[in-house]
Design a protein around this ligand. Structure first.
Ligand code: G3P
Ligand code: CA
Length: 353
C-alpha cells in the first residue's frame, strides 16, 4: 500500500513538473483541532472538541495516555497535575501524579482546568456535555460520531499514541476496529513521535485487515546531500525512507519548512501537516497560516480552529485544486487532439473532392 503511494507520488511529481501549480495540495488543507479548541476551552475535553467541530475543524486531536487499569484517556501530559485539580483531591503517588498510577474511576472524579488562553466557557456556546472531565478515547470517538450526525459532515479523529508502548498500540488498534475504522479513506490519522510505534501500528493493523493512515511526528531537516529529511527522535530519515512505512509527516513549526521541502515530501506521496499554530491574534494568525498553506502544507494543528478554518477558506477560494488543474489539462488535451484530428480529416475531404 505504501509502495503504491510512493509510485503515485512519483507520478504526481512528473505531472507537476509539467504543470507547476499541480505541485500544490491534492485536496483542501485540513484543520486539526489541536487538543480540541484548546485556545478557547480546557484542552482535551468533550466541550473543547465539540466547539472545534462547531467552528468547522475537520479533525479533532486526542492525545492518549493509559490509566492504571489499562483505559485510554485523552490527555497530553503523562501526569495529571498541569491540567486537572488532582492535587486538591489526591495525595501524590510514587512521588507524583502520573496518569498510569490512577484508575479511570479516580480520573473521572477530576475536573479539567483551563490553561493558557483557555477559559471555562465560550461566548454563545453551550456544549452537549458541559462537565470538564477527562474523556476516554471511546468518548472522543462517540463525540465525533455524534457531531458527524449533527453537522452532516464526517468529523475526523487524529489520535496520538503518547507512549511508545505495544500495549497502547494494541488498545488503539482494537478501539478503532471496534468502532468500524480500518478502511482505506477513513477520516483518520494515527500519529506518534515514535517511528517504532508507527511501524508497529501499521504492521499490526494490516495483519487484522485494516488500513490505518499514519503520521510520524518530527522535525524538518536535510541530509548530507541537502535533500529534505525528517528527524524523528535521534534518527534522521530521508523522504523515501519515511514514506516506506507511513502516510504523512507531522512537522514542528520550530524547524524551518520551505515550499521545496514540502514538494520533496509530496514527491514520495507523503502528506505534510504542521504543529502547532497557536497565534491568537487574527491578523497574525492569518498571515502565518497563509505562508504555510502557500508552501503546500496539507494540514494544520491549530489551537484556534476558527482562525485556521478562515485561513483555509481564503486559501482554497484563491487557489484552484489540483483536480481543477487536471480538468484543465484534460480540457487542453482534448482541444489539442481535436485540432490534430482536423488536419487529416480536411486532407481526406480534399482527396475525395
Ligand atoms: O501531535 C502534533 C502535536 O500535537 C504535537 O505536539 O506536544 O501538542 O502533542 P503535542
Ligand atoms: Ca498531539
Amino acid at each position: 500500500m505504501k509502495a503504491f503511494r510512493f509510485a503515485a507520488g512519483v507520478t504526481a511529481l512528473l505531472v507537476s513538473a509539467c504543470l507547476a501549480p499541480v505541485a500544490a495540495q491534492a485536496a483542501d488543507p485540513i484543520v486539526i483541532a489541536h487538543r480540541g479548541a484548546s485556545g478557547y476551552l480546557p484542552e482535551h475535553t468533550l466541550a473543547g472538541y465539540e466547539l472545534a467541530v462547531r467552528m468547522g475543524a475537520d479533525f479533532i486531536e486526542p492525545d492518549l495516555q493509559f490509566t492504571s487499569d489499562g483505559q485510554l484517556v485523552a490527555m497530553h501530559d503523562a501526569t495529571l497535575n498541569r491540567t486537572t485539580n488532582v492535587a486538591t483531591l489526591f495525595a501524590p503517588r510514587n512521588g507524583g501524579y502520573r496518569v498510569e498510577d490512577f484508575s479511570l474511576a479516580e480520573i473521572k472524579t477530576l475536573t479539567v482546568k483551563p490553561v493558557g488562553t483557555a477559559q471555562t466557557s465560550y461566548p454563545g456556546f453551550t456544549p452537549a456535555n458541559a462537565e470538564m472531565r477527562v474523556p476516554t478515547f471511546q468518548e472522543v470517538i462517540d463525540l465525533a460520531k455524534q457531531q458527524s450526525a449533527a453537522t452532516g459532515r464526517t468529523v475526523g479523529i487524529y489520535p496520538e499514541a503518547k507512549q511508545a508502548d505495544p500495549a497502547m498500540e494494541n488498545a488503539i488498534i482494537s478501539t478503532l476496529k471496534a468502532n468500524g475504522y480500518g478502511t482505506t479513506g477513513d477520516k483518520l490519522f494515527v500519529q506518534s513521535f515514535s517511528d517504532q510505534t508507527i511501524r508497529s501500528i501499521e504492521e499490526k493493523s494490516a495483519a487484522l485487515g485494516m488500513d490505518l493512515a499514519t503520521v510520524v511526528l518530527g522535525y524538518a531537516t536535510t541530509d548530507s546531500s541537502g535533500a529534505a529529511a525528517i528527524r524523528v527522535g535521534t534518527r534522521v530519515y530521508s523522504m523515501q525512507e519515511i514514506a516506506s512505512f507511513t502516510d504523512g509527516i507531522g512537522l514542528s513549526l520550530s524547524a524551518a519548512i520551505t515550499a521545496d521541502y514540502i514538494a520533496q515530501a509530496h514527491a514520495v506521496g507523503l502528506q505534510v501537516h504542521g504543529w502547532t499554530f497557536s497565534q491568537a491574534d487574527p491578523t497574525r494568525a492569518a498571515a502565518q497560516f497563509a505562508s504555510y498553506l502557500a508552501m503546500g502544507m496539507d494540514g494544520v494543528f491549530a489551537n484556534y480552529p476558527d482562525l485556521a478554518v478562515a485561513a483555509v477558506d481564503t486559501f482554497s477560494s484563491a487557489v484552484p485544486e489540483a483536480s481543477t488543474w487536471m480538468m484543465m489539462l484534460v480540457g487542453f488535451g482534448g482541444v489539442g487532439f481535436a485540432l490534430r484530428r482536423r488536419k487529416p480529416l480536411a486532407a481526406a475531404k480534399l482527396a475525395n473532392a
